[in-house]
Design a protein around this ligand. Structure first.
Ligand code: HEC
Length: 150
């Protein structure tokens, strides 16, 4: 009787499944791009700055409709939810299906990975603007790559 080896394909499937589980938390750097492309037209990440939508500074952990000077819909004010990461994951999939009556004119992010990444980015919006050195290192990378800031 001959002992079989693990077929390489099975080993590959196993390691990719494990890899997916390990990386489920989301990548804030990718999330920053998703925010830029999908959210920044209506939302600022700076404290106190409301656009069409309320600022998303420090949104993770705060109650829905928690920005004092923003005119939220009755649906958002009455939702009674708190923006935990899992609540954000559910809301951002299809905002107006999840909370009928909210006035966020955005269809949603159907891709789970995109949502994980953008929520991971939102969770970084806690420190005062300018205190993180990521912006500085980012622009020096851009300079080395030959990009101009505008
Ligand atoms: C077309 C404009 C628009 C876009 C695009 C948009 N939003 Fe909104 N968002 C709003 C408005 C307006 C509200 C307030 C909704 C209400 O009061 O019913 C809101 C509310 C929210 C809230 C609740 C905030 C709070 O203080 O309770 C979160 C969280 C949120 N948006 C996240 C996002 C994210 C993340 C994206 C991008 C993936 C996004 N939004 C894209 C307009 C937008």
């Amino acid at each position: 009787m001959k002992l079989g080896r693990f077929p390489p394909a099975a080993t590959f499937v196993l390691t990719s499944l494990l890899g997916a589980a390990v990386h489920a938390a989301g990548d804030p750097a990718r999330g920053a791009d998703i925010f830029q492309q999908n959210c920044s037209i209506c939302h600022s990440k700076e404290p106190g700055q409301n656009l069409v939508g309320p600022t998303l500074f420090a949104v993770v952990g705060r109650p829905a409709a928690g920005v004092a000077d923003f005119p939220y819909s009755a649906a958002m004010r009455g939702s009674g939810i708190r923006w935990t990461t899992s609540q954000l994951m559910a809301y951002l999939k299809a905002p107006r299906k999840y909370l009928p009556g909210v006035k966020m004119a955005f269809a949603g992010l159907p891709n789970e990975k995109d949502r994980e990444n953008v929520v991971a980015f939102l969770a970084t919006l806690r420190t005062a603007p300018g205190s993180a050195d990521s912006a500085a290192s980012h622009s020096s990378n851009a300079a080395q790559a030959g990009y101009n800031d505008r």
